[in-house]
Design a protein around this ligand. Structure first.
Ligand code: SF4
Ligand code: SF4
Length: 380
C-alpha cells in the first residue's frame, strides 16, 4: 500500500508544513541519509514567478534544502529548462541562485551538464533516453513539481516534472512520439525518493505555461510518484484512470495505480477538492473518443486499426497554432519546434510563419512563448 500526504498550508506555514509532510510520511530519515547527494528538482519551465502557477514556490525549495542539510546530506538544486531558455538566467530571476548561495548549495543548469543515453528495458515509445549525468551522480531525487493542467496531457504533475532531467533534444523527440507515453519511459529510469506537488498556487486552463493561477494552498507528497499524481488528479476534479500516462505507468510498475491501495494521510480529499477548469482543447478530443467508442465494433469488423484511427481523429480535431501580432520575434517557438515547422524572416520583422504540413500540433510553441502570442483556438 502506498501513502500520500495531503496538507493545507497558509502562506506563512510553508516550511512548517514541509517538515510535517516528511514526519507524516515516516520521517526524513526514511528518504534522506547522512552524506547523500540529493538532487532537488523544482519546476523552472521559464522565468514566470510561482504566483502565476507556472514554477515551484521558492519557500518549498528552501524548506527542502534545509531538511536535506539537517539530515547531514548535500543539496544540489538542478533543472534543464526547454531549449532556448537559459536555465542559469531563470535561476537568477526566480531567486533560486540567491537561495543556493545562502545555503551554499550547488546549483546545476543541467542543459550545460552532460547527458547519458540510457536504455529503457521495457519501453513504451523510447528505446533510449538522454538523461542528465547528474541523476546518476546523486543518491536521491526530491521532485518538486507544480499542480497544473496541460493542453496536451490534461495534467502536469510529478511524473511530467522529471522531463526536466532529460536533454532538450530528447524533450523535442518526446513531443513527436507522444508525451504521455514518453514520460512513462523516463520514469522507468528516473525514480524520485520523494515528490512534493506544489499546490500553493496551482494552474488551471491552458497550462503548463499560459493557464490561469488557482490558489489552492495545498501540498501533496509521497515517495510514490504515481500515487501522488493520482491523488492530485482527484483533487483537481479529474478521473486519474482516464489519463493515458496513468494507465501506461500502471503497466510499467511506476507506482500504485489502485485507488483502494493508496492511503491518504492528512486532509481529507473531499475537503480540499476543487474542480480545475479543463484545458478546453481536450474536451473536443474526449468527445471524439467517446463518439468513436460507440462505433468500435463496427470499425473492428471493417478491419480498421481502432487505435490508429483514434489518433488520427484526435489530431484532426486539434487546431493549428496561430501567431498573434503581439509577437516579440524572440524566436523561442522557432527554436523549440520539434518539426521545424516555423520560420522567422531573416531580420525578424514578421511573426513566425507556420508550415501546416510539418506541424504535428504538439503546442510546444505555446508552452515556450512568454508573451501569450500563440493562440490555440479553443484552449482558453
Ligand atoms: S510567438 Fe512568442 S515565442 Fe514565438 S517568436 Fe513570437 S514572442 Fe517569441
Ligand atoms: S508549430 Fe507549434 S504545434 Fe506545430 S509542430 Fe511546431 S511547436 Fe508543435
Amino acid at each position: 500500500m502506498s501513502s500520500v500526504v495531503v496538507l493545507k498550508t497558509g502562506e506563512r506555514e510553508v516550511e512548517k508544513n514541509i517538515k510535517k509532510m516528511f514526519i507524516l510520511a515516516g520521517g526524513a530519515d526514511r528518504f534522506i541519509k547522512k552524506g547523500d547527494k540529493v538532487l532537488i528538482k523544482p519546476n523552472c519551465l521559464n522565468s514566470k514567478p510561482s504566483s502565476t502557477g507556472c514554477t515551484t514556490d521558492l519557500r518549498i525549495i528552501e524548506a527542502v534544502v534545509k531538511i536535506v542539510l539537517k539530515q547531514g546530506a548535500i543539496p544540489i538544486i538542478a533543472e534543464a529548462s526547454p531549449i532556448s531558455f537559459d536555465t542559469t538566467h531563470i535561476f537568477r530571476q526566480l531567486g533560486i541562485k540567491k537561495l543556493a548561495e545562502k545555503y551554499n548549495a550547488r546549483l546545476v543548469d543541467m542543459n550545460k551538464y552532460a547527458f547519458i543515453k540510457v536504455k529503457v528495458e521495457n519501453p513504451v515509445v523510447l528505446k533510449k533516453v538522454a538523461v542528465s549525468k547528474l541523476v546518476f551522480e546523486t543518491d536521491k531525487i526530491i521532485n518538486l513539481p507544480v499542480m497544473k493542467t496541460h493542453v496536451l496531457t490534461t495534467v502536469s504533475l510529478g511524473m511530467k516534472n522529471l522531463m526536466g532531467c532529460v536533454s532538450g533534444e530528447q524533450k523535442l523527440r518526446l513531443h513527436e512520439v507522444g508525451v504521455c507515453e514518453g514520460v512513462v519511459d523516463i520514469c522507468q529510469i528516473i525514480k524520485p525518493a520523494f515528490t512534493i506537488i506544489d499546490g500553493i498556487i496551482a494552474m488551471e486552463g491552458a497550462g503548463p505555461s499560459n493557464g490561469k493561477p488557482k490558489r489552492m494552498n495545498l501540498l501533496v507528497g509521497s515517495d510514490d510518484v504515481l500515487a501522488a499524481d493520482i491523488v492530485a488528479c482527484q483533487i483537481m476534479g479529474f478521473n486519474p484512470h482516464s489519463m493515458k500516462f496513468v494507465k501506461s505507468a500502471a503497466n510499467h510498475d511506476i507506482g500504485e495505480y489502485e485507488l483502494g491501495k493508496i492511503k491518504i494521510i492528512g486532509a481529507s480529499l473531499s475537503r480540499v477538492k476543487s474542480r480545475f477548469s479543463f484545458p478546453r482543447l481536450n474536451i473536443s478530443r474526449i468527445a471524439g473518443t467517446v463518439l468513436l467508442k460507440s462505433f468500435i465494433p463496427l470499425i473492428r469488423a471493417s478491419g480498421i486499426d481502432v487505435n490508429k484511427l483514434a489518433k488520427r481523429i484526435s489530431e484532426s480535431m486539434r487546431p493549428h497554432p496561430e501567431f498573434l501580432d503581439n509577437c516579440k520575434r524572440c524566436k523561442r517557438c522557432v527554436v523549440n519546434c520539434p518539426e521545424k515547422a516555423l520560420v522567422l524572416d531573416q531580420h525578424h520583422h514578421a511573426k513566425p510563419k507556420l508550415d501546416k504540413k510539418k506541424c504535428i500540433k504538439c503546442y510546444v510553441c505555446d508552452e515556450v512563448c512568454l508573451y501569450g502570442a500563440v493562440k490555440i483556438k479553443g484552449s482558453r
